[in-house]
Design a protein around this ligand. Structure first.
Ligand code: GTR
Length: 328
């Protein structure tokens, strides 16, 4: 994003905050998803709780639906203080901080429960804290279900079915490596370009969870959804360190606690959204198939070593693996 666009957005948001008499600090937050999506609603609830706790002194204005740009660009704006909060996938954080690659490794978590146990505890806190030197305060992790492949060609049953498929991924070397390991062609692109690219045949498919597959209307063009469930990576809610540093210690504690509390609400919304999205997709006649994960697991775990190259990353991987219960 150009410096002038970034300054324009930052400037107009600051003005908006200054013009609003009711809040002493009307924070801004953004999300690539539309109003009603669980992550968006959870952050709106976070803002309402902050406001209630401070008699309206603090509040949040949400810019949903990617209206301020894609995740990579808005994250950059957040780092520079033009936005106060942001909710993003781990993918755009992967190039900023290597520890964020750990929970984004394919087939690392054996279940949602395993992911939640790891990310709600010390392991998650260590990853959240690792962003501070990069100008971001990691506040909490939100659920993102499991990501599977969908495409316009036919059902995927084994990695052999994927050879030569052009599959969209978010811009992250880890995601690209994941697709390469299966013999498909990775096409990094922002989420808001996926529908059009599928419709025009620029790509053959992509991978995502039920809510994003449904919400982005990708299921209208990609009629095969193959349940590899290769990624159970969570997402992150962050604050700009520039905005954070302006808060009193009490307000910082309130922001952190309120964000952690919002996770409970987010998970309720998430489970309901997954059920609703599944229903819509299945009713539309999309062919959904179960997949034997074994050959995918072997190939995709084979690339972990390319992305885990520091002792701290390895330590996190080991601690996460030690929390497995063998439920898978
Ligand atoms: C979604 C996630 C978004 C975005 C998207 C993508 O599941 O909620 O933050 O990262 O995936 O694939 O770009």
């Amino acid at each position: 994003m150009s410096i002038s666009r970034r300054m324009m957005i930052g400037g107009s948001l600051a003005m908006l905050a200054a013009c609003n008499g009711r809040f002493s600090s009307l924070f801004t937050s953004t999300d690539t998803h539309v109003l009603g999506y669980p992550t968006v609603q959870a952050v709106i609830r976070f803002g309402e709780t902050l406001s209630a706790q401070t008699n309206g002194r603090l509040g949040v204005k949400m810019y949903a639906g990617g209206q301020l740009g894609n995740e990579r660009d808005t994250l950059e704006i957040t780092t520079f203080g033009g936005l106060d909060f942001n909710r993003v996938n781990l993918a755009p954080l992967n190039s900023i901080e290597p520890l964020t690659k750990v929970p984004a490794l394919p087939f690392l978590f054996e279940s949602t429960e395993h992911m939640r146990t790891a990310m709600d505890g010390d392991i998650g806190d260590e990853i959240l804290a690792s962003l501070e030197p990069h100008g971001l305060i990691g506040l909490c992790f939100y659920d993102s279900g499991s990501r599977s492949f969908y495409n316009t060609r036919g059902p995927i049953n084994s990695p052999e079915d994927m050879v030569g498929l052009k599959l969209r991924v978010p811009g992250s070397d880890l995601y690209i490596g994941m697709i390469d390991s299966l013999g498909a062609d990775a096409v990094p692109m922002p989420l808001d370009e996926v529908y059009q690219s599928l419709a025009q045949g620029v790509i053959d498919g992509a991978e995502n969870n039920w809510p994003s597959f449904e919400n982005g209307k990708h299921f209208e063009v990609a009629r095969y959804y193959s349940l590899t469930r290769h990624l159970l990576a969570p997402e992150m809610f962050v604050m700009s360190k520039i905005s954070w540093d302006k808060l009193s210690a009490d307000d910082q504690a309130l922001v952190r606690d309120t964000a952690k509390q919002s996770v409970i609400y987010m998970r309720e919304l998430w489970d309901a959204q997954v059920a609703k999205s599944m229903e819509i997709v299945l009713a539309s006649g999309v062919e959904v198939n179960e997949v034997d994960p074994a050959p995918f697991t072997e190939k995709m775990m084979g690339m972990w070593g390319d992305f885990i190259d520091t002792p701290q990353q390895q330590d996190l991987v080991d601690r996460i693996l030690s929390l497995r219960k063998g439920t898978n």
